[in-house]
Design a protein around this ligand. Structure first.
Ligand code: ADP
Ligand code: MG
Length: 458
């Protein structure tokens, strides 16, 4: 089939190459490899960009999950495009060579429901263990041994980017290595729903049920996704029970504890809790440093000529939030940048290259927090701090709190005034100035400010 780019749209393969780079940043590298990379731009005409895909399932999935993002980025190059379309080429009886690889860890019998691909990098070897994740890691290791099922399900939960998916993939890899015949199925709750809906639509519910009930190990990632989706929950519940009855291992992850997932049916909630529930805590400094050190080993291999000054990793571990994904992204960017300009990674380079990341990671202190800390510090009631009384015991702490609000938050004077019992911005300005003067003259005030600021920043 010949490909043509006709009509008013001024772009084709080359521009798609650029758009792909933007998409990689916005969908993340594993989504990118699985779903975006295989897309083949076939035609741009009449405001529609058409992509060839290997299967209808693939096209539907990409359209549903990434359609908006693809359109958004495509339009930033050519606003004349109004729609993106995914189609299986007419002469494509065979799956295209660049179809997503079905998960090796999942020798699934029914090709209609392929498992989600597993990320090669997500193994136990590459998982750094520290206090915040040691329990989750130990539980995952135990399940990965594949012995008799002792806790069912294993429920892993924790905030974004703390390693839930990594641990699940690690379990799947290890199970596969130990018992190649085991039927391990890993997928996200979203994919579970998607496949369920598809089976309904194509009247293949029997296959669907049979398929899910024939797995030996079922892993469902991000189960919070099915909250509020009633028929999917129902089906999930039945699948779950059928597998538990057969003593098949189930591993579930979610971004919060079963008790905290809203709109989840009570019976599912209690089922989810009857195994082992472990959480991944936000990372601490030591774990972040450990992760950075292990990633740097990898980058040293990739960029042999880039050198790293002492203290950079410590700086990053200290300054970048709880989320490991952000930490990794920062390191990737740093190495790519340094290798591009052929420089050593110094603290200055780090600050320059990661300004936005560092800024986003700064802890945002709120006026309310400041008020709470200040009233604690001076041992007065919060209501007196923001209230109308003008006696010095309340007025001075109030001014201190206003001063800190001005310094530590991005609130304007009128906004601060509103949060202090609806005071005028000139009152706030006066308070801020007064403290600014006093901190030079009055050692006690200077000390108070210093202490408060440190507590708030901690
Ligand atoms: P979640 O599923 O909890 O949102 P992921 O498992 O996708 O998080 O982890 C985000 C990124 O951080 C992944 O690239 C993962 O490899 C990495 N990561 C998270 N925790 C660790 C860890 N303890 N050791 C090494 N890498 C980690
Ligand atoms: Mg995840």
């Amino acid at each position: 089939m010949t490909k043509e780019y006709r009509g008013e749209c001024a772009w084709g393969k080359e521009q798609w190459g650029q758009v792909k780079q933007d998409l990689q940043a916005s969908v993340g590298s594993s989504n990118f490899t699985t779903w975006i990379e295989p897309l083949d731009l076939s035609e741009v005409a009449d405001g529609v960009a058409t992509f060839d895909v290997a299967t209808t399932f693939f096209g539907n999935y990409v359209s549903q999950k990434f359609g908006d993002q693809i359109l958004y980025h495509v339009r930033s190059v050519d606003p004349a495009i109004r729609r993106v379309h995914f189609k299986v080429p007419a002469n494509n009886a065979q799956p295209a060579p660049r179809a997503p690889r079905p998960a090796k860890a999942a020798p699934v019998r029914d090709a209609q429901i392929p498992a989600a691909p597993l990320d090669k990098r997500f193994t136990f070897d590459s998982f750094v263990v520290g206090k915040p994740n040691e329990l989750a890691h130990a539980a995952a290791k135990r399940v990965a041994e594949g012995g008799p099922v002792t806790f069912n399900p294993l429920f892993l939960y924790g905030g974004v980017g703390l390693g839930k998916t990594h641990l699940m993939h690690a379990i799947a890899w290890e199970l596969q290595a130990r018992q190649p015949d085991l039927n391990v199925l890993y997928l996200s709750a979203e994919q579970f729903m998607y496949r369920f809906v598809q089976a309904l639509r194509e009247r293949k519910m029997m296959d669907f049920k049979e398929m899910f009930r024939s797995v030996d190990v079922l892993m469902v990632d991000d189960v919070q996704f099915i909250a509020g989706k009633d028929s999917t929950q129902e089906e999930f519940f039945h699948t779950f029970n059928a597998l538990v009855d057969q003593h098949k291992q189930i591993i579930i992850s979610a971004d919060r504890a079963p008790t905290e997932i809203e709109n989840l049916e009570e019976r599912i909630r209690s089922r989810l809790q009857c195994g082992l529930v472990v959480d991944l805590h936000p990372t601490n400094y030591e774990l972040r440093l450990g992760i950075l050190q292990s990633k740097v080993e990898y980058y040293r291999g990739q960029y042999p000529d880039v050198t790293l000054t002492d203290g950079v990793l410590e700086f990053l571990a200290h300054r970048i939030s709880k989320n490991v994904r952000v930490l990794e992204g920062a390191l990737t960017r740093l190495f790519a940048f340094a290798s591009l300009i052929g420089k050593e990674i110094t603290l200055e380079l780090t600050q320059e290259c990661l300004t936005d990341v560092l800024r986003a990671s700064e802890r945002q202190v709120t006026v309310e927090e400041i008020q709470r800390q200040v009233s604690d510090h001076y041992n007065i009631r919060l209501s007196d701090l923001v209230g109308p009384k003008r006696v010095r015991v309340f007025a001075r702490p109030r001014q201190v709190a206003m001063f800190l609000s001005k310094e530590m938050t991005s609130r304007s004077l009128p906004e601060i005034g509103r949060r202090f019992g609806g005071r005028d911005h000139t009152t706030v300005m006066h308070g801020v100035r007064r403290i600014d003067e006093l901190r030079r003259e009055d050692g006690q005030i200077a000390e108070d400010l210093d202490l408060l600021r440190r507590t708030l920043e901690a």
